[in-house]
Design a protein around this ligand. Structure first.
Ligand code: T46
Length: 190
């Protein structure tokens, strides 16, 4: 009880989670995931898959990605090593913040985690070398439902820390938001 701090953001459903780190002369210990603590904070998501990616250089952008309904994913994400600018874009039809983006610095130093609800496109830019990102999802990977939006869509206007990022071939060829396939409605309890 009381081992995590949960902070709401201006994007409904997107929350910053900060577990308490117990420091001592050796370093620190923290419970990086505790379902009961999250449940007491109103987060009842049942995560079923863990993901991890290594990005070796600063200036790598992965994203903007999402899975369509019925395979859309809630994500609980953190940087095990290094630091990232984590970016989410609200693509929930009817949301008052539709098309708006939020950026959050997650790092091995601030221990911050981001809860990203269904209906958000997600991406990040590495700020250091050797970035290991770890995240839990509540729906299995479903490539046939995997979709993307261009990282540099001017209609979204994300302030990335790089103008010429390292991208996968896939991330060079996503549609703009106005042409993207989306099937999300903002939930009544979001
Ligand atoms: C996401 C995923 C990928 N893969 C395979 C598919 C490819 O052969 C390989 C790399 O996939 P991709 O290039 O999509 O990886 P990222 O660019 O890191 O994509 C992820 O990064 C952004 C930031 C996200 O939020 C998504 O979780 C996810 O789309 O891993 C799997 O086997 N399972 C999976 O769950």
């Amino acid at each position: 009880m009381g081992k995590i701090k949960v902070t709401n953001t201006f994007l409904k459903g997107v929350k910053i989670i900060e577990p308490k780190a117990f420091g001592d002369n050796r370093g620190y210990f923290m419970e990086s995931y505790n379902a009961e603590e999250l449940s007491e904070a109103g987060i009842h998501t049942k995560f079923i898959q863990d993901n991890q990616s290594l990005s070796s250089e600063p200036g790598i952008v992965r994203g903007l990605h999402y899975q369509l309904n019925p395979k859309c994913q809630t994500k609980l994400l953190r940087a095990l090593t290094g630091a990232i600018l984590d970016v989410v874009v609200d693509i929930r039809k009817g949301s008052p913040t539709f098309g708006q983006w939020g950026g959050f610095i997650l790092s091995e130093y601030n221990h911050r985690q981001l809860l990203i609800p269904k209906g958000f496109a997600h991406g990040f830019c590495t700020l250091t070398p050797n970035v290991n990102v770890f995240y839990k999802v509540d729906e299995f990977y479903a490539p046939e439902y995997d979709r993307g939006i261009m990282w540099n869509d001017p209609a979204i206007g994300i302030h990335w820390p790089v103008s010429n990022p390292i991208l996968s071939e896939k991330d060079k060829n996503h549609p703009l938001l106005e042409d993207a396939e989306m099937n999300f409605e903002v939930g009544v309890d979001d």
